[in-house]
Design a protein around this ligand. Structure first.
Ligand code: ACO
Length: 426
C-alpha cells in the first residue's frame, strides 16, 4: 500500500503505511509532530493503534475473535483454560507434555505467602471483593521481591506464572472473607478451575465434590475472558507497565480499570438489570428507557466498542447457560427474560441502526449466579481470567524494542498565560 500524504500547516508530510497480518493498515504518525507541530486528536482512542501485538485479533464487523490465530469458538469447545494460557504466553498450542509441565508449574504457585492472609483482615467484611482484589494483588509486589526486575526475562516469567496461579486463591479468599468462612488452602490435585471452585465453595468440615459440567462451564468462561486485545484494562496495564512499574502493580492497575460498569463491571450490572426487569412483560418499558436520550439507563450487556455484530463470546455463553442448567437441574426464569430481551432489542431499529448486540456479559451473570456466585464476584472472575491476557500483553510490551513510556498529548483549552494576582487584590 502506498504511503499517505498529509497536507497541513502549509506542509506536505509523508505518513508511512504499516501493514499487519490481517486487519486495517495503520498510518504511522510518529514523526508527525516533529514535522508539522501538530498533534492528532482521538479521545477514547477510537482510531488509534497504541501498539503492535501478535496476541489477539478482533474483526468487530464480522464478529471474529482469534487468539494467536485460533478462533475463540474452537478454543472454547476443544481446549482448556490452561491450554489457552500457554497459547497466549508462548504463541503456540502446547504438546501434551508441554501442557502437563505448564499446568504443574502453575499449580506449584497457587499458595499465597501466609502473611497475606492477615492483610485481608484489614478490610471491612462488606468490602466489595474487587476492592480487596485491587489491594491484595498490588500488595503481591511487597511479597515477591525476587520477581519484580522487569528487565530479567526469567523474573518476568515467574511473575507471570505467580499471577496466573495465585489469582484463584486471592479471588476465593476475597469471597470467603465476605461470607465469614475460613480460607481454604489450594488442592493441587484438582484442575485450575476445580481448585478454584473448591476454594470458593468448599468448607474445611467436609469434602467438596467438583461437578464436572460446572468445572467445564467455568473453565470455558475463563477461556472466553482470557484476552481481548487493547481494551481499557489491558491498555491500563500496558500504560502502567510502560513506566517500568513492577508486574503486580500493573495488574492491580488493570483490575482497577476493569471494575468500571462500562467494562468488566458490566456483567454484575447486566444481571442486576435483568433482576430489576424481572418478567418479560416489563421489557418494553426498559427498551424505551434505553432509547430515551434523557434517561441515563443503558441495556447492560449490550453494545461494544469493537463488535458491531454479535459478540462471538456471547454465542458460547448462551449455549453454556443451558448446559449448566441441565447439570445443576435449575431453571432461572431470568434466562427467559434475557432471551426475550435480546430478541426484542435485536428487532428494534434503534439497536439495529447503532449495531448494538449482546456482548460477553449479557449471559455470563445467569451462569455464574446458577453456579452460586454472588453478583459482586462476577467482575472478580473476569479479572481472574483476564490476568493471563494482561501478563501476556505486558510481556509482549516489555520485549518490544519500540516500547516507550506511554505519554499522550492533549488539546489544551484552559486559560492562556496570565499574571498572578495577590490575594489582597482579588
Ligand atoms: N443501551 C442503549 N444505548 C446504547 C448502548 C446500550 N447498551 N450502548 C451504546 N448505546 C448507544 C449510545 O447511547 C450511543 O448513541 P448516540 O450515538 O445516539 O449517542 C451509541 O449507541 C454509541 O454508543 P457509545 O457509548 O458512543 O459507544 P462506545 O463504543 O463508546 O461504548 C460501550 C461501548 C461502553 C460498551 C457501550 O455500548 C455500553 O455502555 N454498553 C453497556 C455496558 C456494557 O455492556 N459493557 C460491557 C462491554 S464488554 C466488556 O467490557 C467485556
Amino acid at each position: 500500500m502506498t504511503d499517505a500524504t498529509l497536507n497541513t500547516a502549509g506542509k506536505a508530510v509523508e505518513l508511512p503505511t504499516l501493514e499487519g497480518s490481517i486487519g486495517p493498515s495503520v498510518l504511522d504518525i510518529r514523526k508527525m509532530y516533529a514535522a508539522t507541530g501538530q498533534f492528532t486528536y482521538d479521545p477514547g482512542f477510537t482510531s488509534t493503534a497504541s501498539c503492535e501485538s501478535g496476541l489477539t485479533y478482533i474483526d468487530g464487523d464480522e464478529g471474529v475473535l482469534l487468539h494467536r490465530g485460533y478462533p475463540i469458538g474452537q478454543l472454547a469447545e476443544h481446549s482448556s483454560f490452561m491450554e489457552v494460557c500457554y497459547l497466549l504466553l508462548n504463541g503456540e498450542l502446547p504438546s501434551q507434555s508441554e501442557l502437563g509441565q505448564f499446568s504443574r508449574i502453575i499449580s506449584r504457585h497457587t499458595m499465597l505467602h501466609e502473611q497475606l492472609a492477615t492483610f485481608y483482615r484489614g478490610f471491612r467484611r462488606d468490602a466489595h471483593p474487587m476492592a480487596i482484589m485491587c489491594g491484595v494483588v498490588g500488595a503481591l509486589s511487597a511479597f515477591y521481591h525476587d520477581s519484580t526486575d522487569i528487565n530479567d526475562p526469567q523474573q518476568r516469567k515467574i511473575a507471570s506464572h505467580r499471577l496466573i496461579a495465585k489469582m484463584p486463591t486471592i479471588a476465593a479468599m476475597a469471597y470467603k472473607y465476605s461470607v465469614g468462612q475460613p480460607f481454604l488452602y489450594p488442592d493441587n490435585s484438582l484442575s485450575y478451575t476445580g481448585n478454584f471452585l473448591r476454594m470458593t465453595f468448599g468448607v474445611p468440615a467436609e469434602p467438596y465434590v467438583v461437578v464436572p459440567e460446572v468445572e467445564r462451564a467455568l473453565d470455558r468462561i475463563f477461556i472466553l475472558h482470557a484476552d481481548h486485545e487493547q481494551n481499557a484494562s489491558t491498555s491500563t496495564v500496558r500504560l502502567a507497565g510502560s513506566s517500568g512499574a513492577n508486574p503486580f502493580a500493573c495488574i492491580a492497575a488493570g483490575i482497577a480499570c476493569l471494575w468500571g460498569p462500562a467494562h468488566g463491571g458490566a456483567n454484575e450490572a447486566a444481571l442486576n438489570m435483568l433482576r430489576e426487569i424481572g418478567t418479560p412483560d416489563r421489557i418494553p418499558h426498559y427498551i424505551a428507557r434505553a432509547k430515551d436520550k434523557n434517561d441515563p439507563f443503558r441495556l447492560m450487556g449490550f453494545g461494544h466498542r469493537v463488535y458491531k455484530n454479535y459478540d462471538p463470546r456471547a454465542t458460547v455463553m448462551q449455549k453454556t447457560v443451558r448446559e449448566v442448567f441441565a447439570a445443576l437441574k435449575v431453571n432461572d426464569p431470568l434466562f427467559e427474560t434475557a432471551l426475550q430481551l435480546e430478541e426484542i432489542a435485536l428487532s428494534d431499529p434503534y439497536f439495529a441502526e447503532k449495531k448494538l448486540f449482546p456482548n460477553v456479559d449479557f449471559y455470563s451473570g445467569i451462569i455464574l449466579s446458577a453456579i452460586g456466585f454472588p453478583t459482586t464476584m462476577f467482575t472478580v472472575l473476569f479479572a481472574l481470567a483476564r490476568t493471563v491476557g494482561w501478563v501476556a500483553q505486558w510481556n509482549e510490551m516489555i520485549s518490544d524494542p519500540n516500547q516507550k513510556i506511554g505519554r499522550p498529548r492533549q488539546l489544551y483549552t484552559g486559560p492562556v498565560q496570565r499574571d498572578y494576582v495577590p490575594l489582597s487584590a482579588r
